[in-house]
Design a protein around this ligand. Structure first.
Ligand SMILES: C[S@@+](CC[C@H](N)C(=O)[O-])C[C@H]1O[C@@H](n2cnc3c(N)ncnc32)[C@H](O)[C@@H]1O
Length: 603
């Protein structure tokens, strides 16, 4: 008799990869609001979000790594998000490339006859590097990145919530097994095939023309609204059987009127390029119709929809159209800017732009044991040498001495004064100050101040992307640029209670760092400006406290593909006479902010 084998029943299948980690760190950091896009005048909250009591709600666009962002959202939103859609990066590296318009139609026409010039910004080395952090160790690092995030998304989901994960055929199978583990196999609802067609060079394989979207619910009680489409859209009624002749005719008529329930393969939503009027120059943009279908199917009006890999903000745009609240996040500076413009362009409901700012940086130095090494690290990236024996100066690059601003506070005027005074005592003629954030209005004041000390002062922005860097990678160190802060000149003009602001000049101090393709195309200083906005009462809004430096975006002008021309003046009528602080914020074609504070008195 054969020996009885001890066979264990298989009750669990799990995807493993080298160094798989199951504990997910939940970091809770406070959010910093960088900008608030205000309520349209006279609009009541109730009209915006119904009477359901979402009093004071503002949609949220958050810049930063979604792992930290989700960890920080948990306290307020665990179990409260009704629907999550994510479209994480595939393996192509397209995520950071985007097209920008340069110049007004008029100025561009003179040179090459085109309406305005559109260039494609290739991903910078840094962006590619950040991207490689996901793919650096191949599938292993991708899977861990996804695992950590999906665990947090599950915690954020409401009990009747759903999650859609948009993937391609290279990773779909892996993520499916991983989601079975995290969400439970029983909570797998659908694998949706979104198939489209379009031109493609032929190779020795079938052109890949579909994406896979995995749908899971959090529990067995998920919300689902069947969506019907017209029979004419190419989907047929195969499989709809009627029991008798009489019923048949009536039922067919009814069915025809109702349409056909959408199945798990979608061929009636085209590839994004075909929705020309929607395109915002973001390589991986998805069609609004796709998101509308998802949102309609798995949420109701007023529900909260989130997308933590938001890109150009398609989810927010669709949620706006369908009366849902939304939270979106993205790591890319340009993604956030693109989404903001897109939402403004559709007159979106109030929203805030946030980040984890100084808190994230504080954590970054702590984590990397860089408190001690922070100055050394930044000096190294700036190609400067550390120096000893000074109180306010940290390094030297060629003839200039270098001061580095604190990681978790803006550079202040008084701090620069101290550095200038130390320069004067030591007969130092040139000072470079590197900072993450700057006290408002500091820029104009410090230049004059420096002249009085007889010192040539330059101020440089420490790029946020520094936090993604591994200092041991010498290639990356070569390619990082600290841009000198741009200079903005504005002209205020007051007539009674009406004030007009006109942009007068905008100087990017390091023209040698501009990409060649941009240098050739720029004809005018204003060609560098993509967007500008005005807070007519900076730090004087009712709800603002003294230490709150939030920019209230009250009016804005920007270029779009449809309207590439930029107006350079805006005006505003004050209700009461008095003294007002006006903050003007410019975002240039590289996605960098420059602000200018002016004071006006209206009678
Ligand atoms: C495929 S794109 C999303 C495109 C988007 N669905 C749309 O319609 O425009 C993926 C996005 O994820 C962002 N991303 C990648 N890693 C991230 C992270 N750790 N945190 C936040 N965003 C991230 C990228 O910057 C990129 O914009």
């Amino acid at each position: 008799m054969p020996k009885k084998q001890n066979i264990q029943p298989i009750d669990k299948t799990e995807l493993v990869w080298p160094n798989k980690r199951k504990e997910v760190e939940r970091v809770e950091l406070p959010f910093q609001t960088i900008e608030t896009i205000n309520l349209p005048r006279g609009t009541r909250q109730e009209e915006l979000f119904g009477k359901g009591g979402q009093e004071g709600w503002k949609n949220r666009l958050i810049w930063g790594d979604n792992l930290l962002i989700m960890g920080s959202l948990l306290k307020e939103y665990a179990g409260k998000v009704n629907l999550i859609y994510i479209d994480p990066p595939f393996a192509t590296g397209d995520d950071f490339s985007f097209t920008v318009n340069i110049g007004d139609p008029a100025s561009a026409k003179a040179s090459d006859g085109q309406a305005s010039v559109e260039i494609t910004k290739e991903p910078s080395v840094l962006e590619v590097k950040a991207y490689r952090d996901t793919w650096g160790k191949g599938m292993q690092s991708y899977l861990q990145m996804m695992y950590d995030r999906l665990v947090l998304m599950k915690e954020l989901l409401a009990d009747n919530g759903s999650i859609y994960v948009h993937l391609d055929c290279h990773v779909e199978q892996y993520v499916k097994v991983m989601m079975d583990e995290i969400f439970g196999r029983d909570n797998f609802v659908n694998e949706i095939i979104w198939a489209y067609t379009g031109p493609r060079k032929s190779g020795n394989y079938f052109p890949r023309k579909h994406d896979n979207i995995l749908l899971y619910s959090k529990t067995d009680k998920c919300k689902f609204n069947p969506v019907y489409i017209s029979h004419k859209s190419g989907l047929h009624n195969i499989g709809q059987v009627f029991s008798s002749e009489e019923e048949r005719e009536e039922a067919v008529r009814e069915l025809e009127a109702k349409g056909k329930q959408v199945e798990d393969w979608w061929i009636d939503i085209w590839a994004t390029e075909r929705y020309r009027s929607e395109l915002v120059g973001y390589e991986t943009q998805k069609p609004v119709a796709l998101l509308e279908r998802i949102i309609q199917s798995s949420s109701s009006e007023g529900d909260l929809v989130a997308d933590f890999f938001a890109g150009s903000g398609t989810t927010g745009a669709a949620a706006e159209k369908l009366g849902r609240r939304w939270i979106m996040s993205d790591l890319g500076r340009f993604a956030i800017h693109t989404a903001r413009k897109r939402l403004l362009d559709m007159s979106a409901k109030p929203f805030v732009v946030q980040n984890l700012g100084k808190y994230e940086r504080h954590r970054w130095v702590q984590l990397n044991g860089r408190y001690k090494n922070y100055l050394k690290f930044i000096l190294e990236l700036y190609h400067a040498e550390p120096i000893e024996g000074f109180t306010n100066l940290h390094g030297k690059k060629d003839k200039a001495f270098v001061r580095i601003g604190a990681v978790d506070a803006p550079v202040t005027l008084s701090e620069i004064r101290e550095a200038l005074s130390e320069c004067k005592e030591n007969k130092i003629k040139s000072l470079a100050v590197l900072g993450w954030e700057w006290e408002m209005g500091l820029h104009d004041l410090v230049k004059e101040e420096a002249e009085r000390y007889g010192v040539k002062l330059s101020t440089f922005q420490i790029p946020r992307e520094v936090m993604e860097l591994n200092v041991s990678d010498p290639k990356v160190k070569e390619d990082i640029h600290f841009y000198e802060l741009a200079y903005l000149e504005v002209g205020p003009k007051t007539e009674g209670k009406r004030v007009a602001i006109t942009l007068k000049d905008f100087i990017i101090p390091n023209p040698e760092l501009l990409p060649e393709e941009v240098k050739d195309k720029v004809k005018n200083w204003s060609d560098f400006i993509d967007y500008w906005a005005v807070d007519w009462m900076f730090n004087q809004h009712e709800e603002q406290t003294e230490e709150d430096d939030t920019f209230h975006n009250m009016n804005q002008r920007y270029r779009t593909r449809k309207e590439p021309k930029l107006e350079l003046a805006m005006d505003y009528e004050y209700k009461k006479s008095g003294k007002y602080n006006i903050l003007v914020k410019v975002i240039d074609i590289f996605g960098n902010d420059t602000t200018k504070l002016v004071e006006v008195r209206v009678k």
